[in-house]
Design a protein around this ligand. Structure first.
Ligand code: 5GP
Ligand code: ZN
Length: 151
């Protein structure tokens, strides 16, 4: 079994609160969230950093991060914005050597909560938080179907 904690999550050998997965990427809650709903999107196949990631997989990583950012701004989660970020390389504070895109839901006026989150990194009610993000993603699918139905 891989030494890489994120490969172990992909394989189901380590626990995580998963919110989304497909053939290329997997997304789950950060174990030490900076903001409520802080999510990591990773390629299923191991790539240590962006130099090892092919461009198509990088595009899929962003596609999923884009959807999650939209999902958390829907009624199920009710964020007002999001930060999307990759720390690429140890010089950029990458601590886990498996590429990951951070999606950080934000609320208007959350500057001080964000700052304390950076220090405390405390996970609260992860089951409920993950369920709300999954509901937000399902809401995007429903909206897309409605658009198709109404032409
Ligand atoms: P980095 O600094 O490498 O961009 O961020 C790594 C992130 O991975 C951190 O925010 C950290 O909390 C998160 N992390 C580290 N180990 C685990 C783990 O075992 N499970 C989950 N869900 N997140 C992890
Ligand atoms: Zn890995």
């Amino acid at each position: 079994m891989s030494e890489c904690v994120f490969c172990r999550i992909v394989a189901g050998a380590a626990p995580a609160h998963r919110v989304y997965e497909d053939d290329t990427v997997c997304a789950f809650l950060d174990i030490r969230p900076i903001t409520r709903g802080h999510t990591l999107v990773i390629p299923r196949n191991h790539a240590t950093d962006l130099s090892e990631l092919d461009a198509e997989t990088g595009a899929e990583l962003f596609r999923a991060g884009h959807r999650i950012a939209r999902a958390v701004q829907g009624p199920a989660f009710a964020a007002d914005g999001a930060n999307l970020l990759i720390n690429d390389g140890r010089a950029a504070f990458q601590t886990v050597g498996h590429v990951h895109l951070h999606v950080l839901p934000r609320k208007h006026g959350d500057k001080f909560r964000f700052a304390s989150g950076l220090v405390l990194r405390r996970s609260r009610e992860p089951d409920r938080v993950a369920a709300a993000i999954r509901a937000g993603l399902a809401g995007l699918d429903t909206a897309a179907e409605t658009d198709t139905d109404t032409g």
